[in-house]
Write a protein that binds this ligand. Structure first.
Ligand code: GLU
Length: 286
């Protein structure tokens, strides 16, 4: 089976050394195996994502020589694909509307038994999971703002055990409850990061997902969704996050670390790639 990798940036800022390293990983793995390298723009957050950043990211990728195969897939153009999968999960009784505001969730975090902490902060306490059908219907009829959440416990029971392979960690047993009742469709957009990434990796035939180790907890949820939806689980390679000399992660806010800034300083693409690889070597291991 031919290797298919992808780089899936959210256009909320310019490409910096850390994200360029991520792009290099996917591109390099595909090229050394004679496989396919895809680029996908994850722009479901319509408020934060900007076309100008998308253009800048693609310009930087081309300049670096990380050419991709086929068309760039833009998630905001595929809401119908995610909608179909949402309907399938709904038909299995695995999702529910959640009317809680951030303040409601923060308040329940102060409740006597809460909150349960996950790797990304407090888990949703499940308030709206317990609403009666009549109450739910009433709130929906009144047009109350809501997101949709996955009922993690039911989903876990239905899916049964699952695992995924990560390089360099090896086989990892899926922990379906790790992130709790995750948002599967946001209030402001008819999908979520978790849903669209799983659907797209499936539709695009991605066989190796290369991405930062900060997303590793999410892979437990992605494995769960893949099992529920009957999708093949790709192989994963969660790479380390690049840090500067002081051990701080490179991020979009580091202006001088953008690829554009380095280009304007007169560095060549080869020098930028060498810099990313050197930073990767000196960053703490995953
Ligand atoms: N859009 C995500 C990001 O920019 C990508 C995560 C992934 O590769 O699944 O962090």
């Amino acid at each position: 089976m031919s290797l298919v990798t992808r780089f899936a940036p959210s256009p909320t800022g310019e490409l910096h050394l850390g994200s360029a390293y991520s792009a290099w990983t996917g591109w390099h793995r595909a090229r050394e195996a004679g496989g396919t390298f895809l680029v996908r723009i994850e722009d479901i957050d319509i408020r934060r994502c900007k076309r100008q950043f998308e253009t800048a990211i693609l310009t930087d990728l081309r300049w670096l020589g990380f050419t991709w195969d086929g068309e760039v897939r833009r998630q905001s153009e595929h809401f119908a694909d995610y909608g179909k999968v949402l309907d399938a999960l709904d038909a299995q009784g695995l999702i529910y509307p959640c009317f809680c505001s951030r303040a409601d969730i923060a308040a329940s975090a102060g409740a006597p038994h809460g909150p349960v902490h996950g790797p990304d902060g407090p888990l949703y306490p499940g308030t709206c999971r317990h609403l009666s059908t009549a109450e739910r219907r009433e709130r929906l009829r009144a047009g109350r703002e809501h997101c949709l959440r996955l009922d993690a416990e039911r989903a876990a029971a239905q899916a049964g055990p699952y695992r995924f392979f990560d390089e360099p960690r090896g086989w990892i047993e899926g922990q379906p409850m790790l992130l709790g009742d995750i948002v599967i469709a946001r209030k402001d957009t008819p999908t979520s990061y978790h849903l669209s990434v799983v659907v797209d990796d499936h539709l695009q035939g991605v066989t190796l997902v290369t991405r930062g180790e900060d997303v590793l907890p999410s892979t437990h949820v992605h494995g769960l969704l893949q099992k529920l939806l009957g999708y093949a689980t790709p192989r994963y390679a969660h790479h380390k996050l690049l840090t500067d000399a002081t051990g701080r992660r490179f991020a979009k806010r580091d202006r001088d670390m953008t690829i554009r800034a380095m280009r304007e300083q007169g560095l060549s693409p080869e020098e930028v790639v060498a810099r990313a690889l050197a930073a990767a070597r000196s960053s703490p291991p995953p």
